[in-house]
Design a protein around this ligand. Structure first.
Ligand code: RP5
Length: 170
């Protein structure tokens, strides 16, 4: 799908919006989508940049709550401002995922995302694919507070994950 496409995936109304500063972030962020889908959480993914497409970001984020979204996962690399801009624009919880594509290997994006001045919080996860997966799991935990069926699916995920850890390393 081109970044200019307005095509929306079919299915249930998304409750999590996965936004990213560049299409180049998708390789990491598809882990968030896969995790949300595995838990039966409808989501949508969009490319928007705090720097390159500020109007697109503002339009999406200022309407996010009205459009039924409950959590925003925001990924960006380098001088990563997208999560902060998202948190400034919507009162929905914003989970930031620093991307690792830069010559500083994501440390720049981590510090840009995590060091929000007091008043506008961004819940910041690990750099790269691990952060993408954990952002989805944290979004699931937030949604599960008011969704018993999802809470049970999350519990089952944890149990399965525990059962898959071998006791011995050899
Ligand atoms: C950020 O700049 C994006 O989130 C991406 O991680 C990084 C590089 O973007 P591209 O040059 O790959 O489009 O805004």
């Amino acid at each position: 799908m081109s970044s200019k496409s307005t095509k929306k995936p079919a299915g249930k109304k998304p409750v999590v919006g996965i936004i990213m500063g560049s299409k180049s972030d998708w390789e990491a962020m598809k882990n968030a989508e896969a995790t949300l889908k595995s838990l039966g959480i409808p989501c949508e993914a969009r490319v928007m940049s705090a720097h390159r497409t500020p109007e697109r970001a503002h339009a999406y984020l200022s309407n996010a709550k009205k459009n039924g979204l409950k959590v925003i996962i925001a990924a960006a690399g380098m001088a990563a401002h997208l999560a902060g801009v998202a948190a400034a624009t919507t009162r929905l919880p914003v989970l930031g995922v620093p991307m690792d594509g830069s010559s500083l290997k994501g440390l720049d994006a981590l510090l840009s995302t995590v060091q929000m001045p007091p008043g506008i919080p961004v819940g910041t996860l690990a750099i790269g694919p691990a952060g993408a997966k954990n952002a989805a799991l944290l979004a699931a935990a937030i949604l599960a507070l008011s969704d018993d069926a999802l809470d049970k699916r999350l519990e089952a995920f944890r149990k399965k994950q525990s059962a898959e850890v071998p006791e011995f390393p050899y």
